[in-house]
Design a protein around this ligand. Structure first.
Ligand SMILES: [Zn+2]
Length: 79
């Protein structure tokens, strides 16, 4: 569905979370760079990324805390 915000839309929270984590891996963002969280849109009802947020998505935070994000980013670099 095309949203008036012009942002990429995800049909469910889990899709949006997975995409949020993917973009951190593929674009090699430091933890505090790039989108930090997701929200359900009041216009289209789908999920979008939050670019500026005081909170960080729980799954993203766990990946960072466990070192998994760093590991995946480094693995990605050697591909
Ligand atoms: Zn929307």
């Amino acid at each position: 569905m095309k949203c008036t915000t012009g942002k990429n839309s995800y049909g469910s929270k889990s899709f949006a979370e997975a995409a949020l984590i993917d973009i951190h891996i593929y674009r090699n963002f430091p933890p505090d760079q790039g989108p930090q969280d997701i929200y359900q849109c009041g216009y289209c009802g789908d999920w979008h990324f939050t670019s500026k947020s005081t909170s960080r998505n729980e799954r993203l935070q766990e990946m960072i805390d466990s070192g998994e994000m760093r590991r995946l980013q480094q693995a990605r670099r050697w591909e």
